[in-house]
Design a protein around this ligand. Sequence first.
Ligand code: PEP
Ligand code: MN
Length: 307
Amino acid sequence: MTNTLSELTVTVHESEVRSTYSRGAAPVAPALAARDDWRLVSWERHPEPTTIPLGGGVVLGSTQVLLMAGPCAVENEDQLMAAAHAVAAAGATVLRGGAFKPRTSPYSFQGLLIQGLKFLDAARTRFGLRIVTEALDQESLGAVAEVADMIQIGARNMQNFSLLSAAGATKKPVLLKRGFAATIDEWLYAAEYVMAAGSPFVALAERGIRTFEPRTRNTLDLAAVPLLRALTHLPIVVDPSHAAGERALVPALSRAAVAAGADALIVEVHPNPAQALSDGPQSLTPHDFTQLARSLAPIAASVDRVV
Ligand code: PEP
Ligand code: MN
């Protein structure tokens, strides 16, 4: 695994490496230089890669690339159980599904709220999956933290600093999604907020950023993966679904993310995407997800990982 700063910077020419924020003995390329006030996220004070125990023996940030999968939103019990059954059978160890949904329109389905959390809890017991689900605000955080093995902070909340601190104070693992207009540095400062509040277990999820290109919902910033690897010890997750916005693109982006060194994928899977109440066009069918999961093994092996 290419986890150390020195491995990534070894080929950089000395004359290129002096930057305003490079310091210490080893010269560092500007793009790979940590900020002085990244007290918790950078390698400097934490030379080992962070591994995040999610319970049940599932660990994020090990040699095993984790598959996190499930519907965008928990819609009803049957839908969630069908999705959970399918993703577990395909090799996922973490079930995703929003009970509290951030929707662009106030008239769109907003999630099943507490009832959705109850279904997630039941799916965990039934299928032995770990649960990642979003806390939309501080009001819902307590209930989400009771059920979630990992609390998701969504792209739209990446700089909701009071929510970041409150999530960190739960001391639970946090999946911090990148804001769609956030720079890498802003994202790492957001992770710093969570960690400063008490949770050492933050994973960073690249989910696409907004660019001039309208054919994809967002643009997957794959460079973020090796860049983050150079800047931080935190695990890196890639969400190809929200990046692409279109299911046909998801398998290739997933394989590329594993090749780039992602520690996990988080993929939307729905038992019947045509009927989905949110993000149907980007959701894989159980069959597609099973095929995708199978195709990842040789890619993972090529970067010394397993799926
Ligand atoms: C989601 O995971 O369903 C979601 C809303 O993601 P994001 O916050 O990245 O848009
Ligand atoms: Mn979604």
